[in-house]
Ligand binder design. Sequence first.
Ligand SMILES: Nc1ncnc2c1ncn2[C@@H]1O[C@H](COP(=O)(O)OP(=O)(O)OP(=O)(O)O)[C@@H](O)[C@H]1O
Length: 736
Amino acid sequence: MDKIKGYVEHIVFRNDDNGYTVFHLNNDDGEVTCVGNFHFIEEGELLEMEGEYTTHKLYGLQFSVKTSQVCEPEDLVSIERYLGSGAIKGVGAALAGRIVKKFKEDTFRIIEEEPERLAEIKGISERKAREIAVQAEEKKDMRQAMLYLQKYGISATLAAKIYQHYGRNIYRVIEENPYRLADDVAGVGFKTADEIAAKVGIHTDSDYRIRSGIFYTLMQSIAEGHIYLLQDALLWRAGRLLEVEISHIENYLMDLAMERKIVVKEAEDGVRVYASHFYYMELQTAKMLHDLNVSQTVPEDLLLERLEKIEDHTGLCLDEMQKKAVTEAVKRGILVLTGGPGTGKTTTINAMIRFFESEGMTILLAAPTGRAAKRMTEATGYEASTIHRLLEVSGGPEGEGEGGFQRNEENPLDTDVLIIDEVSMVDLPLMNALLKAVLPGTRLILVGDQNQLPSVGPGSVLKDIIESGCFPVVMLTKIFRQAGESDIVVNAHKINRGEPVVLDNQSRDFFFLKRQEADVIISVILTLIQKKLPSYVEADTYDIQVLTPMRKGLLGVERLNKILQQYLNPPAPEKQEREWGEHLFREGDKVMQIKNNYQLEWEIRTRYGLTIDKGQGIFNGDMGVIREINPYQETITVEYDEHRQVTYPYSLADELELAYAITVHKAQGSEYPAVVIPLLKGPRQLYHRNLLYTAVTRAKKCVTLVGSEAVFQEMIQNNQDQKRNTSLAERIREFQ
Ligand SMILES: Nc1ncnc2c1ncn2[C@@H]1O[C@H](COP(=O)(O)OP(=O)(O)OP(=O)(O)O)[C@@H](O)[C@H]1O
């Protein structure tokens, strides 16, 4: 082991999650590049470190740090450098120089013990002197707290967040009730809090622990899509988590209910336990839906007359149900329009738009995902946005949550009509946020297919609204696309009704290739996407989408992506590549953004590098191709639709995933020219009718299933998609 000591000259790279840092150190021998894990580090600091010199194949000689210690700067130059490094706001290099010139080696003591004396220096008022002292003190506190949290194995980012939340109270919180962290700090879950508690020596049946465990169990079920848990299930799950007797846990439910942290309700299916927040969210959503449900009396014949004019004008010819949808949308404050693929939903939306337009009304369109919004724009010729954008999300990536929207009850949307498509994908928190921003008097039209998979987030809002029976619903059932013209549509409806589908491969757009082994299936997929399908549907290889039910397993997303990457984008000397944990990205890879990120900037450039358009926001589900991995700038450039290029710093690489294959869940709301679906036996809870239906309906021109016919037919028969525990329909009825 070698020992070195010097000043941090420049931090080149820092990963805040694990503290991995690369920096230049200035010591007696000149400049040394150091790498290591640091909890807290700043330019200008004096460090004493132990470690060894290594040679990196790209970056050359480095000092790999094993242990380190921060020392007080010793000589005057160093004190001045530290003070002027920007570590203390408002003190630049010049001022630092003046301070050190006056107080010399005594500088730090003066700042700490007699800060008012700083005002003796020209340019420092008494107020500024106090500010400098406070900042210096905070730095010291923070460093101490970081070291303290490090003992509990907490990452640097999390430690900073925790410190920000509690400040100096951190010691009391950790020692008395570390479970508070799970409630107060985003990113700390019960598990982390529990580990800390164990280290602090908090007893396994302490009050705090059990309360926190109950909440954690409720939150887990919310993450699975439920709004409540039945008491028995909650007790059983919490008992297993906490390894405490169920009878012991039961006592706490009453306390938590008294404190209004949870809501306990008797219902037909048993005693339901809600996290209060979610109980009231359902209640409020139900109330807001009712508030919007106002009817207007408009003479029917007048309406139909105007509609006819629009039909003449546009060449649309609506059937009875479609007409009903338009007239109801005009008369009612809220309308649900539902139906399977090809039943004319988009055509009806278009007719509505033309009608409202002719009345001079303002219209807003939105959908839950970027891709769905784009499709809506294309189908209507009207600009549609994502719901998050519509509500003017203010947070960072996924930073929405409650209160994260600029549009709300105090600043509602200014429109006469609001049409939302793909409502099956909208979860309860988003519907709640949306309704807050819609004034009664606005016409809200919710369009969706209730048989698609439910939203990823909790609730089954569309189904519940329909099931409540309290609002006007127009259900389109007639399929307008002709049989033969589209077996995708015909078969999708059969799947939905639980009828067997004939697999004789006589179709032009629906194929089933029977194979029984995973690796054979993969080789068939490769032939399809490399050779057969691109010319058949007139699309690029990368436009053909493989959809699979699972993430894990022989035919799961993770394995498929690794194999498809190898064949579709093999390594080559001219292609840069880089590993992130389990993932390897290579130039030329097909990737997907897996979070909404409203801050990411995109640019469209000409061949000569001139920027011709730019904007912000890349959404969950957007797909692109890696154009460049730049190890020097530490960036990845991805090109999305319409040549939009986004440059990601390495630190955002975890917002990307390979996308040769994606899960059916991720594909909700998107359509592809051709879809390939591998099918072998899998868990019954997942392999159900809705999943198959959603997968098949993602294809515009061609579906090819590859695998076991038995599994396919079993999925059609299995309508046991996991029932979600929700009670929005009941809350809606209670307001009747
Ligand atoms: N009343 C109608 N008469 C004749 N054709 C119609 C009628 N309504 C819709 N169509 C046609 O049926 C096809 C499907 O309609 P549309 O795209 O509106 O349905 P959709 O429910 O939005 O389907 P998807 O969800 O698959 O996009 C279109 O080709 C459309 O032109």
